[in-house]
Design a protein around this ligand. Sequence first.
Ligand SMILES: [Zn+2]
Length: 219
Amino acid sequence: MGWLIGVLGVLVLALMAPIVLVAGALGTMATSGNSGSSSPYIEQLEAVGYENGRLPPEALNVVSSRQRYECQVARVGSADQAWMALVVAAELDGVDIEGGWCYRTYQSQVAAWNRRQCYIPGNCDGDPYPPTARPGTSRHGWGLAIDIWGASDVILGCSAPELLWLQLNAPRFGWINPDWARCGQPGSEPWHWEYVGSELIVPTGENGLLPEDGKEETT
Ligand SMILES: [Zn+2]
């Protein structure tokens, strides 16, 4: 029984932390009206005046650099530190992963949108392919999403062996492959992982996310 109270105590404390921070930053209790499109971390970045795709250098941390790409993650919550810890944990298990495409500026999101919208030559009116977030809405613009590359130096596909390790372990570090991006979904993006914070994850939950009711109980 003692262990259960201990675990619950840690959970409640962990859940309180981001809520208190956000409330402090905004001077009021923040609620996420449109579930899924916001997060306490985005709200914290917005609260200090930052905009999607326009984060200043001091808000970002370079967590790795490949030959062509520099992977930057927002210094919010523990997003950057948690990512680096995740990479080390993977390495210890013999799994080689690396952040390929991470923070994306507004301009580069616009460029990606325009380029991909014309994926089918002559057809620039349709949805972009590969699917691309509308400029100003991507989690990449907040430095809270990473497209992961594997040992064979390619972006992770559904058959990538690294994917199983990530599914089992990354949520402990607060990084998840969102439901819409999972293999089997139309337009899946198994390489796309987002930081939601380990304090927002129930260790035994099916996809690691707390139901809304669970959050309210701690306020
Ligand atoms: Zn992505």
